[in-house]
Design a protein around this ligand. Structure first.
Ligand code: B3K
Ligand code: ZN
Length: 846
C-alpha cells in the first residue's frame, strides 16, 4: 500500500462550480448522478477523480460521453484529452448500500440509508476530487419512497418520492451527508442572537422519540454557548441530527445534518447512565462546534486534522467545564489523556499531533490528534492569556472563513494577534512522545527558593530528532500553614534545563508545580508522603490537590506491588479526611477515592524500568481496595444514604456527583460485605446509573446470576441497554475467566459482528480488563485476534481501531510479548487483510 506524505501536498489544479447530485435510492443498486464544472486554475494538468467500490455507468465531458477507465481507486484523464477552458463533468454510477458493511460512504442501517464520508468515504459515492481543500456548494436531489429524505443545507423542494436540498456554504466532500428512512422527528427551535429562526430536529426510529429530550437540550445549550463565548452563530435555517445504530465512531459533523451513533444521542433515565448523559452532552456540543471549527474553516489536507479536532475538543472541554464545573472536568480530561494518549505516545503507535505520513488516514483519528491536540490549544491560551486567545480566535474566524487551512495559518493568527513568537512552540506539533519534566528544589537560608525544571523527551518510532519544547509550567508556593504565598505564576521552560528563583521568603515554601495540568507532560517531582498529604489537604489549585492524592495513591500501590509494603497510615488518614470533608464537591471526592487503574499501574511500573505482571497488579489493587474499604468502613453506609439524591432522576451536575460518590462507596462496601449492600442497591435502583453500578458490584462479588438474567429479560429488545449487559460482564469478570466470558458472549444470539457498538461492548471490555486480556496463557490475545480477523473482512476501520489493544506490547515480559507478536504476525499474514488493519499491525510489529 502507498504511503502518503505531508511533504507531497499539491493543490488541486481546478476550481469546482456547484455540485449537482441525484440519488435514486435502492438497497443493492442505488444510482448516483453527478454533475459539476471544472475550471483549470492556470496551466494544463491531468484531472484526477477518486472513486472506490463504484460501478461506472457513464461519464461525460461537456455532454459528450467519454471512455473513462477507473484504475487503482481513481480516474485519470490526461490534460491533452481535456478541453482548454472550463468544462462540465458528468457521471452516473451504481453503488450497493445494502452490501456496504464498512459503514463508509452510503450504507444501510436497520432499513435506513445514511452516509459517513469523513475522511475518504465520498469516493464510495461517486467519482470526485475527494480531498478537503476542494470546497464548493452542493445541490442534492433524493428519489425514494421513504418518508424522510435529508441532506445538507436548507430544503428547497419536495414532493411524492423526492426531496431537494441546497447547501449554500461551500464545503469539502467529507462533510456531505444523506439520510433516508422511516424516521420520527423530535422537534425544537432556536433563535440566534441576530434573530435567525432555526428549526431543530432530532431524527430517530419510531419508538425512540421519548429518548431525545436530552440531546435537544444539549444542542440548544451548545448553540447559546458558542454565541456567548466565541461569538459564533449558526448559519442555516435548519439543523438536523439523526441517530443511527450502526456507526463506526461517536458522531459526524456534516454541515447542517449531523449523524450520530444512537448511543451518543438517545437517553432516558431508565436506559442511560450519568456517564451516557454527559457523553451525549459533550458530543452534541463537539459536533455542533465543528460548524465553525471544521466546517466554515476546514483543513487543507488530512495531516492538519488537529486543526479542527484539537480545537473542537478544546472547545467542548471548555463548554463542559462551564456547565459542570471546571475543576472536575480538568481532572477527568487529564485522566483520559493519560489513559489513552500517554499510552499511545509511549508505544509503537506514537505519532506527532501533526503526523507526517500515513497509509490509511482513518488510523490517525487518535487520542494524540484529538486530546493532545486540545492540550496544545490550552497551552497556547495559557501563554498568550485570555485576551490574546480571544483576539487570535477572532482573527482566525475573520481571516480564514471559507478556507481550508494549515497549522501554520493557525499559529500565525496567534503571532499576529499577540506579538508572540511561536516558532519553538510549533515543535509540539511535529515531535511525538510524552515529555518528562523533572523538578528539583533548593532552599537557602537567605530566603531564596529555587526550582529547577528539566525537560527530556523519549525517542519515538519516527526517529525525529527532539529539540527542547516551550512548556508553560504553572506554579504556586504555599506556606507551611497552608496559605498561598502569592498568586500562581506561569514559568516558561524553553531550554533543556532552567532555574527559577523566588526571593524574600521567610520559611521554606511547599511548591505546587504544573497546576491545572498546564502541559501534557509526565511530572517527576520527588516529594515525601507527608508533603503530598499536605497538598491534598491544602492546595488551592483543585487539580493539584487531586493530583497530590493521586500520586500518593499511585506510590502506595506501586510499593505494594513491587515490595509488598502495606499502605502508609498517612495515606489512609488522608483518604478518610477527604471522604469526611463536606466542603468538597462529591464528584471531586469520588475522583480522589478512585485508585489508579491496572493499566495505569502497568504503565507506571514500565515507566520506571520494571516489567509489570498484570495478575500481580490486579491482586495488589484489589487488596489495597479492601484495606481502604476496611479503614473507611464506619463512614460507608452513611455516605451511601447521604449521597442518594432525592426526587426523580436528573443528570444535573450535583446529583451526578452525588451518585458517583455513592457508587464509589458502594463498590468499597462490596469489598467488605460480599455483595449484600449491592443487592439492596440493585433492588432500590430507579435509574440506569444506579442499576449498572449495583450490577458491576454484584459481578465482582460473584453473585450476579439472577440480576443478569433479570436484566436480559427486561432489556433484551433494547440494543443500547443490551450493549451495557454485554460490556459489564466482560469488564468486571475476574481475570481468569474474562476471555471465556467474552467468548461465550460471542455465541449469544444478540452478538452481532456487523454492529460496531456490540463488537466494542465485548472486545473493548476484554482489552480494558487488563489482567483478563493479559492472561498468562495468551487466550485473551488469541480470542481478540480471531475476532479482529473476522471483523476486518466486514469493517476494516473498526477492526483497525480495536487492534490498539496490542499497542502496549513492549511493556510486558518476554513470554507475553512473544504471544502478542505471534498474534500480530498471524494477522499480518492473513489473506485479504485490509489496508487499515495492515498498517496498524505493521506499525505495532515495528
Ligand atoms: N470528525 C468525525 C470523525 C470522523 C472519523 C473518521 N474516521 C467526528 C468528530 O471528530 O467530530
Ligand atoms: Zn471532531
Amino acid at each position: 500500500p502507498q504511503t502518503i506524505h505531508l511533504a507531497d501536498y499539491r493543490p488541486f489544479p481546478f476550481t469546482l462550480g456547484e455540485v449537482q447530485l441525484t440519488f435514486r435510492l435502492a438497497p443493492a443498486a442505488t444510482r448516483v448522478l453527478s454533475r459539476f464544472t471544472l475550471a483549470p486554475k492556470g496551466g494544463r494538468e491531468d484531472l484526477v477523480l477518486f472513486g472506490a467500490h463504484l460501478r461506472l455507468i457513464r461519464a461525460a465531458v461537456n455532454g459528450a460521453e467519454i471512455r473513462a477507465e477507473p484504475k487503482d481507486g481513481q480516474i485519470r484523464i490526461a490534460a491533452a484529452d481535456l478541453p482548454e477552458g472550463p468544462f462540465t463533468w458528468e457521471a452516473e454510477v451504481e453503488i450497493d448500500p445494502a452490501g456496504n458493511t464498512a459503514l463508509e460512504g452510503l450504507y444501510m442501517s436497520n432499513g435506513m440509508y445514511c452516509t459517513q464520508c469523513e475522511a475518504e468515504g465520498f469516493r464510495r459515492i461517486t467519482f470526485y476530487p475527494d480531498r478537503p481543500d476542494v470546497m464548493t456548494t452542493f445541490r442534492v436531489r433524493i428519489e425514494s419512497d421513504l418518508p424522510v429524505l435529508l441532506s445538507n443545507g436548507n430544503p428547497v423542494a419536495e414532493g411524492p418520492g423526492f426531496a431537494e436540498w441546497h447547501d449554500p456554504w461551500p464545503k469539502p466532500s467529507y462533510l456531505f451527508a444523506l439520510v433516508a428512512g422511516d424516521l420520527r422527528a423530535h422537534p425544537g427551535q432556536f433563535t440566534t442572537r441576530s434573530g435567525r429562526e432555526v428549526a431543530l430536529n432530532i431524527w430517530v426510529r419510531p419508538g425512540d422519540e421519548d429518548r431525545c429530550d436530552w440531546a435537544l437540550t444539549s444542542l440548544k445549550a451548545s448553540m447559546r454557548w458558542d454565541e456567548e463565548v466565541y461569538g459564533r452563530e449558526y448559519d442555516l435555517d435548519i439543523f438536523n441530527i439523526v441517530a443511527v445504530d450502526d456507526f463506526n465512531m461517536g458522531a459526524m459533523e456534516n454541515k447542517g445534518l449531523n449523524i450520530f451513533n444512537s448511543r451518543a444521542v438517545l437517553a432516558r433515565a431508565d436506559t442511560a447512565t450519568d456517564a451516557d448523559f454527559m457523553r451525549i452532552e459533550a458530543i452534541i456540543a463537539h459536533e455542533y462546534f465543528h460548524n465553525w471549527t471544521g466546517n466554515r474553516i476546514t483543513c487543507r489536507d488530512w495531516f492538519q486534522l488537529c486543526l479542527k479536532e484539537g480545537l473542537t475538543v478544546f472547545r467542548d472541554q471548555q463548554f463542559t467545564g462551564d456547565l459542570r464545573g471546571a475543576a472536575v472536568k480538568r481532572i477527568e480530561d487529564a485522566l483520559t489523556l493519560r489513559d489513552r494518549q500517554f499510552r499511545e505516545d509511549t508505544g509503537p503507535l506514537a505519532h506527532p499531533v501533526r503526523p507526517s505520513s500515513f497509509v490509511e488516514i482513518n488510523n490517525f483519528y487518535t487520542a494524540t490528534v484529538y486530546e493532545k491536540g486540545a492540550e496544545l490549544i490550552g497551552m497556547l491560551k495559557r501563554l498568550v492569556g485570555d485576551a490574546g486567545y480571544k483576539a487570535a480566535l477572532d482573527l482566525y474566524f475573520t481571516r480564514h472563513d471559507g478556507q481550508a487551512c494549515t497549522l501554520e495559518d493557525w499559529l500565525k493568527v496567534f503571532e499576529e494577534a499577540t506579538g508572540r513568537d511561536l516558532t519553538q512552540f510549533a515543535r509540539w506539533y511535529s515531535q511525538a512522545g510524552t515529555p518528562r519534566l523533572e523538578v528539583s528544589e533548593a532552599w537557602d537560608e537567605a530566603g531564596v527558593f529555587t526550582l529547577t525544571l528539566r525537560q527530556s523527551q523519549p525517542e519515538t518510532p519516527d526517529g525525529v530528532e527532539k529539540l527542547p519544547l516551550h512548556i508553560p509550567v504553572v506554579t504556586g508556593l504555599l506556606n507551611p500553614n497552608g496559605d498561598e504565598l502569592a498568586p500562581s505564576v506561569t514559568l516558561e521552560l524553553t531550554e533543556t534545563e532552567q532555574s527559577f528563583r523566588f526571593e524574600g521568603l521567610s520559611t521554606r515554601p511547599i511548591a505546587s508545580v504544573l497546576r491545572d495540568f498546564s502541559a501534557p507532560v509526565i511530572l517527576s517531582h520527588r516529594q515525601s508522603d507527608a508533603t503530598r498529604a499536605f497538598l491534598l489537604a491544602h492546595d488551592s489549585d483543585p487539580f493539584n490537590r487531586w493530583e497530590a492524592g493521586r500520586t500518593l495513591s499511585r506510590e502506595v500501590l506501586a510499593r505494594l506491588i513491587s515490595e509488598g509494603t502495606p499502605p502508609s497510615a498517612d495515606w489512609l488518614a488522608a483518604m478518610a479526611a477527604l471522604l469526611r470533608d463536606e466542603s468538597l464537591e462529591p464528584a471531586f471526592r469520588a475522583l480522589c477515592l478512585r485508585l489508579p487503574g491496572e493499566d495505569d499501574m502497568a504503565a507506571t511500573l514500565a515507566g520506571s524500568g520494571l516489567v509489570p505482571d498484570p495478575h500481580h497488579i490486579h491482586r495488589a489493587r484489589r487488596s489495597l481496595q479492601t484495606t481502604l474499604a476496611r479503614h473507611l468502613a464506619p463512614q460507608l453506609p452513611g455516605l451511601i444514604r447521604a449521597m442518594t439524591p432525592q426526587g426523580p432522576y436528573s443528570p444535573d451536575p450535583t446529583s451526578t456527583g452525588q451518585r458517583s460518590l455513592k457508587n464509589m462507596a458502594l463498590a468499597l462496601q462490596t469489598r467488605l460485605d460480599g455483595g449484600a449492600a449491592a443487592q439492596s442497591a440493585w433492588q432500590a435502583a430507579d435509574n440506569m446509573t444506579d442499576q449498572m453500578a449495583a450490577l458491576a458490584c454484584l459481578i465482582e462479588a460473584g453473585c450476579a446470576g439472577t440480576a443478569l438474567r433479570a436484566f436480559e429479560a427486561r432489556y433484551g429488545g433494547d440494543r443500547l441497554v443490551m450493549d451495557k449487559w454485554f460490556m459489564t460482564q466482560v469488564l468486571c469478570a475476574p481475570p481468569e475467566t474474562a476471555a471465556d466470558v467474552a467468548e461465550a458472549l460471542t455465541a449469544h444470539p444478540k452478538f452481532d459482528l456487523k454492529n460496531p457498538n456490540r463488537f466494542r461492548a465485548v472486545f473493548g471490555a476484554l482489552s480494558a480488563n487488563h489482567a483478563g486480556f493479559h492472561r498468562a496463557d495468551g487466550t485473551g490475545y488469541r480470542l481478540l485476534a480471531d475476532w479482529l480477523l473476522r471483523l476486518d473482512a466486514l469493517n476494516p476501520q473498526t477492526a483497525a481501531r480495536m487492534s490498539t489493544a496490542f499497542e502496549t506490547l513492549p511493556r510486558y515480559d518476554a513470554d507475553r510479548q512473544a504471544m502478542m507478536r505471534e498474534e500480530l504476525q498471524r494477522l499480518k499474514a492473513a489473506p485479504r487483510l485490509s489496508r487499515d488493519l495492515g498498517e496498524m499491525v505493521s506499525r505495532m510489529l515495528g
